[in-house]
Design a protein around this ligand. Structure first.
Ligand SMILES: CSC[C@H]1O[C@H](OP(=O)(O)O)[C@H](O)[C@@H]1O
Length: 355
């Protein structure tokens, strides 16, 4: 695995993932914001590690990485025009199992494997189609979400609170909730973004603050536990977040801490809006009780960047996600629609956004 470094001081907007001469190129999100580093991934093992270590992260991005991983495997297991499909399917199973919560990973891997019979080039073509679709779909969702937020706060620029990272790094190129924030900024409709640092891996502090700085969007970083106080002080007009998996009734799995934001938003009568493509819905799940929540390494909580912050051997509870019940969600916005769960807050005065 080769790393090509650039300084974060001269980052150039680039897709978070690409295929290059039989390898997968990926921005190493662990190195940001201080080092803009491209990983050149040559094996499925490297790709699995990249997903499990969150070098590549974000529900849509890990799905695309999984699909490119299947293409990598199909090329590696093809010789003299014959593909060892059993070996590719074994690799696909490892890619799918790399992280359990985001629906995108298993779905994208399945879709890439579906083209295996037509050979490695067809698998790669399917993965590249998914990359293009992701950009187009999220672009439409971002515009629809910006329209909705503007209809919720029609008279002035909006003060938004967001959690984790849902920008172009987390997708093929456009982002979801953060894409909508950048779209609103382009319309002159953002007063300020409060960015939750998002413990324990600090996707907000490291990635969202970096993306908003690149885009010139006014923002302030806050510790996760300051979010409810900011709402209580009247500093927030709307909460905007992404999703990893959405059950058929609108229950939303997202980064740990999202549920607390929804409770606080409901307490303060603030819109709580989720932005996610239709592919983030899991319609086979009636509600969120069936969503598998990834538990991660205790070391992520007991230390950071090599510095220990807890007593040796301290027991840890480290779920990577939580599930927000639909009745706390004002709206879920995709490329196709604005979904308003039954009984959710603020829906009575939620003006329908033109299709
Ligand atoms: C558009 S990214 C969606 C989602 O994925 C993130 O999780 P992670 O950083 O663990 O991959 C976070 O929950 C985002 O909201």
């Amino acid at each position: 695995m080769r790393r090509d470094s650039e300084t974060a001081a001269s980052p150039r907007p680039r897709p978070s993932l690409a295929w290059d001469e039989g390898c997968v190129l990926a921005v190493d999100q662990r190195a940001l914001p201080h080092d803009y580093r491209l990983l050149r991934l040559e094996t499925v093992d490297q790709l699995v590690d990249t997903i499990t270590s969150l070098a590549v992260r974000g529900a849509p991005a890990i799905g695309l990485a999984g699909a490119l991983g299947v293409a990598l495997s199909a090329h590696r297991h093809t010789s003299d025009g014959r593909t060892d499909e059993a070996s590719v399917k074994a690799d696909a199973a490892r890619l799918s199992a790399a992280r359990p919560t985001a629906v995108n990973l298993a779905w994208a891997v399945r879709r890439a494997v579906g083209r295996l019979a037509d050979g490695p080039q067809a698998v790669l073509a399917e993965a590249m189609t998914m990359l293009e679709e992701d950009a187009a779909v999220n672009r439409a969702a971002v515009v629809r979400a910006a329209d909705l937020v503007q209809s919720l706060v029609p008279d002035r620029p909006v003060r938004i609170l967001t959690h984790c990272n849902t920008g172009r790094l987390a997708t093929a190129a456009v982002g979801t909730a953060l894409g909508a924030i950048i779209e609103l900024h382009g319309r002159g409709r953002v007063a300020e973004v409060l960015v939750d640092e998002t413990r324990p891996l600090l996707q907000g502090a490291r990635l969202t603050a970096w993306e908003l700085g690149e885009a010139g969007v006014p923002h302030r970083l806050c510790v996760d536990s300051a979010a409810a106080a900011a709402m209580a002080r009247g500093m927030v007009d709307c909460v905007l977040v992404g999703a990893d998996r959405i059950a058929a009734n609108g229950d939303v799995a997202n980064k740990i801490g999202t549920y607390g934001l929804a409770v606080a938003a409901a307490r303060h009568g603030l819109p709580f809006v989720v932005v996610a493509p239709e592919s983030s819905w899991d319609r086979e799940l009636a509600d969120g009780s069936g969503i598998v929540v990834e538990e991660r390494d205790p070391g992520e909580v007991t230390g950071f960047a090599g510095a220990s912050v807890a007593p040796a051997g301290a027991a840890v509870f480290n779920p990577a996600f939580d599930v927000t019940p639909a009745d706390l969600v004002t709206a879920i916005v995709s490329e196709a629609r604005v979904f308003r769960p039954q009984g959710s807050p603020g829906t009575s005065d939620l003006r329908e956004v033109p299709a």
